[in-house]
Structures are given as C-alpha cells and as structure tokens.
Design a protein around this ligand. Structure first.
Ligand code: NAD
Length: 477
C-alpha cells in the first residue's frame, strides 16, 4: 500500500510574505520588473558584536533590514527575541513597507532585531547591549532621523528607545533633530502621548469600523456591536494588553481568555483586564488569577470559543497544527504574521473575517509618524491652538445658551468646552488613518471580484501605492 505523505508546512516568514505578495501582485498592472523591485529587500546588515557581561564576553547577533527606500526615512521596530533571524527580519521589514503604504504614512519599510531573550538579562546588561547595537547601526548609517528610524517591537519598549536616542545623541553632538532618530520614547524624552497604546487603539478603531459597516457585517455574517463580544487575546504585552484594556474599558467587550508565555487564563463570564494587570504586576505572572481558570498551555488562548481572536505575540501561531480548533468569527492579527497561508485558507473557507497584520497593527507606525513630526518640529501638538480653541468653544456655548435662554445639561456643557490635549489629537489622527485605510482596502475588495479576502485587497492597495511612487519619482540614474 502506498504511504500517505503529509506536506510539511513552510513556516519561513519571508516565504510566507512573498507568497502573500504574489497572490495580490497579479491584480496590479505595473511595468515589467517593477513588481520584483517592490517585493525585494534592498539591503540587510548583519552584525555580531561583543558585550562584556560580568567576567564574560558574550557575542550577540543583530540585524537591520531595509526593505524599501521609495520613501525616506525608513521605519520599523527593533525586536529582542531568542527566535530573531535574518529571514524573519527581512519579512518584517517588507511588512513595514506595505503597512506604511496602507496607512498613508510616508516612510519606507525596515526592521531590526537582536537574538536574545530579555528575561535572561538585567536592565543594566540590556542597556549595554542596546547601546552597543545602536553604535553598530550608527557606524553603518542604518539609523538617523532622515535615514532609518527604529521603534519598539516584541521584547523592547520605551526604555530601550530612550537608550537608543541617548546613544545616537552622544555620537552626533549639537545636531538639532537627534531625538527623531527613534520613536516610542518616553513622553518626557520626546515621546508622544498615546504611542504606547497606539497599536492596540488602532486595532480597536478598525474593529469599530467593521461593526459600523452593514456590508461587512452582512458578508461575514456578523451582527451587533463590540459590546458583549467574546474576545480572546494571545500575548498580554504592549499590544495585547492595550487592545484588551480598551475593548474592556471602552467597548464593553468580554475578554474570555488571555494567553501569556507561561499559561492561559480563561473565564467565559469575562476577565477584568485591569485586575488581571494588577495581579500580573503583583505576582510577576497572570497565573492563578482569582476567579479564572489557569490552563498550562499558552496556546490554549487561541482555541477558546470566541467572537474575536486576537493573536498579539509572535508569528506562526495559527497553523495546520491547530487550525481545526480555532473557533472565532473574526481573526484580528495584532501580531505580525500570526497565521500561515494554509491555516488562512482553511479559516477563509469557514467564513472567518481575517483582518490582516499589514492593515490592523499599523496604528503603531502611524503614531510613530506623529512622534517623528513632533520631534522635527520641536513642539508639542496643540500647544499653539489649545487655549484659543477652548476660548472659542466656550464663547460659542455661552452665545448659544444666551440665544435660546437655556443652559446645556452640565455633562454636555463640560464635554463641549473640555480641554483638547495632545493625546486627543493623536487619537483623532489615528482614527482617521485606520478608518480611511479600511475604506481604501474595502473599496478594492468590492471592485475586484476575484479578491475575496481582506489581506489580498490590502496588499493590492500597498503595491499600487509603492508602484505609483516609483513611477512618479523614476529610478536613478
Ligand atoms: P511585547 O514584547 O510587548 O509583548 C509580547 C507578549 O507576548 C509578552 O508579554 C510575552 O510574554 C508574550 N508571549 C510570548 N510568547 C507567548 C506565547 N507563546 N503565548 C502567549 N504570549 C506569549 O511585544 P508587542 O510590542 O506587544 O508585540 C507583539 C506583536 O505585535 C509582535 O508580533 C509585534 O511585531 C507586533 N506589533 C507590535 C507593535 C508595537 O507597537 N509594539 C506594532 C505593530 C505590530
């Protein structure tokens, strides 16, 4: 009897992104060779560098990939993870190019990473590693406010971004725009209000837009609003925590499961996200959260029955190995590359709405763009107009009340004249970006009949925009 062979799934993210690109590229008409140029990664820098830790010399591997220079500077996070490798970084850089194009953020795509597990190092050791890696990037011109601007990603955050900014500043004394060499900095160090929450908030804006559009709800057999929807989140880090918190606090969604690297907590009645965060701060883990069941496997968070599943950790989480056990109506890709093509095909056949990474998590780079423009303008958003705007609104409220001889109810009145701060402006720009991008993608999906999924439509949108930039600018020489 002939042996049955099971095809092994290709988990190389670079191959996966390349496949996704090809699937969409056939719907875009561009001169011969241009599609290959848009797809290719322009350059990659790999460095091995030593750091003295205690009495030992340790060697680290770092990468920075520059996928596309069609707009400058290039933009993309720096990741610290034991799994970092060149193919992964190149793939993530490509996703950055497409993401920026979709979100109408005028940057090319880049990504970086160092192969290490942050949990294994002290803060002091991580600072040394980060500063040395930054120096390596400076030496090869892979960082700079007009060249290449990193941001936080998996395993890094505000703290690392501050070290990067300070190192860059030490190498470029007296240069005015140094703080714009990196985004995601602490607000007190040139960062911007709302950046930490931006990726999560962007995801929520996108989900709200889905539930506002009858044609989307109809196509994917969804109904109602986010209120009461059952949500499962994998990864309770920067992105996962904020998306869960905003959905819980502002939209009344029910967070039924949260997965972390060491376990999953489940509660069909809903988890209080703020209490879970407090528990994690107190104990160092989400394990044993009172009132919820703790399951030992982090992967369990993906298999809970829910309306919206949000993978917010790493790539290749939804594969042929678990696709049959995924029970959601919407798969919201907060992480980059969480779904393999075969798992995607399977879920699409089941009618699941997949909101793809290149659209859904673009809120981070959008607000990074706001931070970068703030840094090069050297002024906080709203500083000039804040008071004027407030006086005008107050006058308008008073004039209206006088005219109709009635006072607005106090809550309405306070809302009309309240202060508009930097975070309000950032969130307004973020919402505008996510809603506009969704409209552009959906328009493509509706117009091109053969396109039946949001990812392909999003890629078409990105490829068209990058292609247009090449056609208008021409290619040197
Ligand atoms: P993070 O390091 O802040 O959080 C990741 C969390 O996932 C951590 O708490 C970690 O303990 C947890 N985790 C690790 N392995 C896990 C597992 N097997 N199961 C469940 N949880 C696990 O990283 P982040 O910035 O939130 O990034 C998460 C994802 O979102 C990445 O794919 C990243 O590329 C993507 N992303 C991040 C941003 C951003 O602004 N930070 C923007 C766009 C996309």
């Amino acid at each position: 009897m002939a042996k049955k062979t099971v095809a092994v799934e290709d988990l190389n993210l670079n191959n996966i992104v390349s496949q996704q690109f090809d699937r969409a590229a056939r719907f875009v008409k561009l001169p011969e060779g241009l599609l290959e140029q848009i797809k290719a990664c322009n350059n990659v820098y790999h460095v091995q560098f030593p750091v003295k830790i205690g009495d030992r010399y340790m060697i680290f591997h770092g990468w920075r990939a520059e996928h596309s220079h069609h707009r400058k500077p290039l933009k993309g996070g720096i990741r610290y993870s034991r799994m970092v490798n060149q193919d992964e970084i190149m793939a993530l850089a490509a996703l950055m190019t497409y993401k920026c194009a979709i979100a109408n953020v005028p940057f090319g795509g880049s990504k970086g990473g160092v192969r290490l597990s942050p949990r294994e190092y002290t803060s002091e050791q991580l600072e040394k590693i980060t500063r040395r890696f930054t120096a390596e990037l400076i030496a090869k011109n892979f960082i700079g406010p007009g060249i290449n601007v990193p941001a936080p990603d998996y395993g890094t955050g505000e703290r690392e971004m501050a070290w990067i900014a300070d190192t860059y500043d030490a190498f470029h004394p007296g240069q005015l725009d140094n703080m714009a060499c990196v985004t995601g900095k602490p607000v007190s160090q040139g960062g911007i209000h709302g950046r930490k929450e931006a990726t999560g908030r962007g995801i929520v804006f996108a989900l709200r837009e889905v539930f506002r559009r009858p044609e989307v709800l109809q196509k994917y057999r969804l109904s109602g609003s986010l209120e009461g929807k059952r949500v499962a989140v994998q990864g309770f880090g920067n992105v996962g925590y904020h998306v869960a918190k905003i959905l819980f606090d502002e939209d009344g969604a029910k967070i039924v499961a949260v997965g972390e690297w060491d376990c999953t907590v489940v509660h069909p009645g809903g988890i209080d996200v703020n209490a879970l965060d407090a528990h994690r701060r107190e104990t160092g883990s989400i394990q044993g959260f009172p009132g919820a069941e703790t399951l030992p496997d982090p992967g369990d968070s993906l298999e809970v029955e829910c309306d919206i599943l949000i993978p917010a950790a790493l790539e290749n989480q939804i594969t042929t190995a678990n696709m049959d056990r995924i029970r959601c109506r919407i798969l919201a890709e907060a992480a980059n590359g969480p779904t393999t093509p075969r798992a995607e095909e399977h879920l699409l056949e089941k009618g699941v709405l997949i909101l793809p990474d290149i659209y859904l998590n673009s809120g981070g780079v959008t607000v990074s763009y706001f931070e970068w423009t703030k840094n090069i303008s050297h002024m906080r958003y709203g500083r000039l107009e804040k008071r004027l705007d407030e006086y005008q609104r107050t006058n308008l409220v008073r004039a209206t009340e006088e005219l109709v001889q009635r006072r607005f109810p106090e809550e309405v009145r306070q809302n009309l004249i309240r202060e508009i701060g930097e975070e309000d402006l950032v969130n307004s720009g973020l919402e505008e970006t996510m809603v506009t991008a969704f409209r552009e993608i959906w328009e493509i999906q509706e117009r091109i009949e053969e396109i039946q999924d949001v990812r392909t439509a999003a890629y078409v949108d990105a490829i068209q925009k990058v292609g247009k930039a090449y056609l208008e600018l021409g290619v040197f020489p």
